[in-house]
Design a protein around this ligand. Sequence first.
Ligand SMILES: Nc1nc2c(c(=O)[nH]1)N[C@H]1C(S)=C(S)[C@@H](COP(=O)(O)OP(=O)(O)OC[C@H]3O[C@@H](n4cnc5c(=O)[nH]c(N)nc54)[C@H](O)[C@@H]3O)O[C@H]1N2
Ligand SMILES: Nc1nc2c(c(=O)[nH]1)N[C@H]1C(S)=C(S)[C@@H](COP(=O)(O)OP(=O)(O)OC[C@H]3O[C@@H](n4cnc5c(=O)[nH]c(N)nc54)[C@H](O)[C@@H]3O)O[C@H]1N2
Ligand code: SF4
Ligand SMILES: [Mo]
Length: 876
Amino acid sequence: MDGTALPETRSTCPYCGVGCGVLLRPDGQGGLDVRGDPDHPSNFGRLCSKGAALGETVGLGERLLTPKVGGKTAQWDDALQNVADRFRDTIATHGPDSVALYVSGQLLTEDYYVANKLMKGFIGSANIDTNSRLCMASSVAGHKRAFGTDTVPGTYEDIDAADLVVLVGSNLAWCHPVLYQRLLAARKARGTRIVVIDPRRTASCDGADMHLALDPGADVALFNRLLVALDDAGATDPDYLRHTTGLAEALAAARADAAAPTGLPEAQIAAFCDLFARTERVVTLYSQGVNQSTRGVDKVNAILNCHLATGRIGRPGMGPLSATGQPNAMGGREVGGLANMLACHLDLEHADHRAAVREFWQAPALPDAAGLKAVDMFRAVGDGRIRALWIIHTNPAVSLPEADAVRDAIAGCPFTVVSDITARTDTARLADVLLPAAAWAEKDGTVTNSDRTISRQRRVLDAPGEARADWDILAEVGRRMGHARAFDYSSPAEIFREYATLSGVAGQFGRDFDISGLADLTDAGYATLAPCRWPVTQTRQGGRFFAEGGFFHPDGKARLIPVTWAPPAARTGPRFPFRLNTGRVRDQWHTMTRTGLSPRLSAHLAEPFLDIHPADAARLGLAPSDLARVTAPTGGAILRARITDAVQPGQVFAPMHWTGETAPSARTCALIPAACDPMSGQPESKAAVVAVSRFDAAWYGFAVSRDAMTPDAAYWALARTTQGFRAELAGASAITDWEAEARRLFGDAEAEVASIIDTARGQARIALFRDGHLTGALFAAPRPMALMRDYLATLPGTPAPGVLSGRSPADRPNPGPVLCSCFSVGTNTIARAIAAEGLGSVEQVGAALGAGTNCGSCRPEIAEMLRKLQVREAAE
Ligand SMILES: Nc1nc2c(c(=O)[nH]1)N[C@H]1C(S)=C(S)[C@@H](COP(=O)(O)OP(=O)(O)OC[C@H]3O[C@@H](n4cnc5c(=O)[nH]c(N)nc54)[C@H](O)[C@@H]3O)O[C@H]1N2
Ligand SMILES: Nc1nc2c(c(=O)[nH]1)N[C@H]1C(S)=C(S)[C@@H](COP(=O)(O)OP(=O)(O)OC[C@H]3O[C@@H](n4cnc5c(=O)[nH]c(N)nc54)[C@H](O)[C@@H]3O)O[C@H]1N2
Ligand code: SF4
Ligand SMILES: [Mo]
């Protein structure tokens, strides 16, 4: 088939909460061409590196294609009946609260709606929670406390129209790259000031006017200082304050907090407060540095206080904006996917709300109290209170705090069901029943992004094997549990109409979330639904909230909340002297089950790492490329040390992405204590305490291969390449037979071998060939080796003469690690061009090499390279 003849279909990127529109064109061979949708109001055609590489992640190599029961392939009928029977039996014997659903902000709204309806309405338990507990729960609780409901007041257009954007605990440049590009475009057009508040220097600091490297957890102290400064400067808005209560109490608490430590120089605090006070159009955009904290809700309210006090909310170019992480984090909040919410922003604790939903669903029972929140849910799995668990679209054995304990709890649960697109996850490996889910490009539904825009995801590929959409699997189990009528859905459009109708009931209770204007959408209307921002009613569509008050507390007023600083729950001390911060890298998505399939994305950072300050590294005797052993009260890890002053002394940073599948010693969440915010239940994933030392391996290795490798070493990390795989390795004990080791690693006993082995020095270079083509090469030595890794990664499957030298021939310079993933331009290539051609700006680098001219995600890193080279030149 001629792929280009197929039409493009509008859909939505399945990664972050920016919610970019994509145009998808199947290439006729199972692949997809992807480009940004020029007409989508979130991105106007832009995509980041992850969105642009979506086409590389739809292959079937790793897909789960049939149900499995007890590890064996099963028929859908048997698997579903098994799930329904085991859930029903468990409920009959131990009650509805002995079962639980753990779901995800990556589910489509229709999937989510059915899951919530099944659990709360028909199983009659509120034990459904979602990974959004680890992500958005503090923002939800903060919004509800201040506004009376979980409303995001503003829109993305406010970023275009602001004069000051304050990024708090957000690495926007890497985690919401298209929004960041939008912010940079606004800065170019109108000179927007940017302030970054983050203990760590990130890619987002590159374009910033100010970086406030505050102490971890000091946000409440800083925003209390700001509130006082706003009051002192006369910047509060008496007219607007009529719509609020609590300013005096909030100010009193803030004044009493004046001595709370921030770690910032007084002059810097003053400069920030002054800039904020004299700028009317301020957007404060915040993310996980705020939410993932034992004081997350207070942090949110400390920010909201400042916007409410100044009346800078709900008008163009101003307001607080919580950046949602997952593509449908917002949708999940709307449908009530959290254990303490009902549906459509109705409250579980509210008898009238319960009665209305119960009647609407014709449900036998509705719980009247919140269910177990994620961390407590897995504790209950661990201690046997929960005996049947269904995990859908999330990987909790990796992503929850105390991940080793969570993994053990799931393993010990009498009955675990996992719905996933692949069996190769740390969680799926523990399942009794494994259900193959259709992936994003194979199913229809809707998602809501950070600014309340509802967009369609559309099916462009056939679901492979026997994979089925999540809503379909859930509805089928609902029917088999005896609720035929309630779950008699035949399409996502039908579910969406029911959901929109229910939101009208919420509207009648005066709730903000009302999309009843879409309740009569026909199938054809659903098929062609254009992006729209809620609310959508007969009288209103989209817009901002709260410019004229109109809050959702009974008195219609917002609450300013008195908040007081407190340090993170885990305390550093002699045993665990370092503060561990965790987060994301530019080109990987969470546990890497999709982005990890793309060689381009895997080339940016091919290994898990620990960022540590040069002074700390020197004290610990850590040299660049050494491995660091990281120990916490709850677990341990081995990570590659990256020595950098981007982190402060006493603080270290590690990414969250690596797993038992990709780097078993780098399961970062094993280091995170399960300390949670008391109001939101959100864990403090950014402030663990650890000890760090050098990991002295007996040998260090690097390997490339055409086919999958099976590393067996104290440390290993595996990544995809265009030619197959690459791996970093380190062993705890000496190897005596290197050739046997290489054959085992590459799973090939018969290949021809070329090798240079110096047993006395413990050095080995071994290459395996089949039919004159390289199938694998292993390099090992007692110390980390300087090799041209990115060049070596291109050799498997080629004749690869000279591979054992570990270097590229003189006429093929080593490009270095990929910085620009759109055009695969390496760091060395950029550095060479800067030096040889005297390039002085990101634009000039782009003109010379193309790097940074497509999605722009790497522009901050190019700027950082230029800055470092200029600093070096100035010093010379
Ligand atoms: N590339 C990529 N993008 C993603 C994702 C991904 O996996 N990969 N995931 C998506 C999801 S689900 C989410 S939730 C978002 C997360 O998006 P972000 O929240 O922007 O990302 P993080 O890296 O988790 O953390 C943000 C920053 O918080 C800082 N921080 C730590 N402690 C504190 C503190 O006490 N105060 C302050 N002010 N800052 C602190 C960290 O140093 C870090 O730079 O990203 C989304 N986008
Ligand atoms: N240390 C630390 N831990 C963190 C964080 C942090 O900053 N630091 N951040 C937290 C946050 S904000 C988040 S959001 C979580 C994310 O953590 P998780 O949700 O656990 O991570 P994902 O890799 O996104 O898991 C999604 C799973 O769904 C599968 N999947 C993909 N498509 C489909 C589908 O269509 N249907 C089904 N059924 N399955 C599918 C994927 O293969 C994958 O296994 O991590 C949290 N954990
Ligand atoms: S910013 Fe990137 S990951 Fe996020 S929705 Fe847009 S293209 Fe997808
Ligand atoms: Mo998230």
